[in-house]
Design a protein around this ligand. Structure first.
Ligand code: HEC
Length: 131
């Protein structure tokens, strides 16, 4: 009788310590593989995507235009896990990639970037590029 309460307390501590990180990992795995409820995606998005400021005006253009081939948009806000991380390249390198990607888009028959889109993407990359 009196041993029971103590035992449960112990279990709870162990449970709390072990299941918390585990369930978080499981949640993100599911997220990465199948995508379940929207709430989970939101929560996991912050963990998995480290791409900065995709949810800004310029970031959205970047995610949409570059994400057309690099990864698939989730839900309605067009934020992807697949777009390249702006911090991996310097601005000089980004200019080259951008030119290269624009010719890829032409090749694949995608709508070319408008001046406005190119400016937004350049601005976004500039803000986050490696220096
Ligand atoms: C038409 C589809 C398409 C679009 C749109 C596109 N890309 Fe790409 N991108 C590719 C393909 C295919 C490759 C791999 C082949 C290659 O590198 O030439 C690639 C490769 C890259 C790479 C090199 C990958 C690496 O790991 O080194 C970068 C960086 C990149 N893209 C950035 C961008 C950016 C930034 C945009 C938006 C301006 C963009 N891409 C839009 C198709 C696309």
């Amino acid at each position: 009788m009196f041993g029971k309460g103590k035992g449960r307390e112990g279990m709870r501590t162990v449970d709390g310590r072990i299941t918390k990180p585990l369930s978080r990992l499981a949640g993100c795995l599911q997220c990465a593989m199948g995508l379940m409820a929207i709430g989970w995606i939101g929560g996991c998005g912050a963990v998995l995507t480290e791409i900065p400021e995709l949810d800004t005006a310029d970031g959205r253009v970047f995610a949409q235009r570059c994400g057309a081939c690099h990864g698939k948009p989730f839900g309605s806000h067009g934020i992807t896990h697949g777009v390249p991380d702006p911090r991996f390249r310097t601005m000089v390198e980004w200019q080259e990639e951008l030119t290269r990607m624009e010719s890829l888009m032409r090749e694949k028959g995608l709508q070319p970037l408008t001046d406005h889109e190119r400016e937004a993407i350049t601005r976004y990359l500039h803000r986050h590029a490696k220096s």
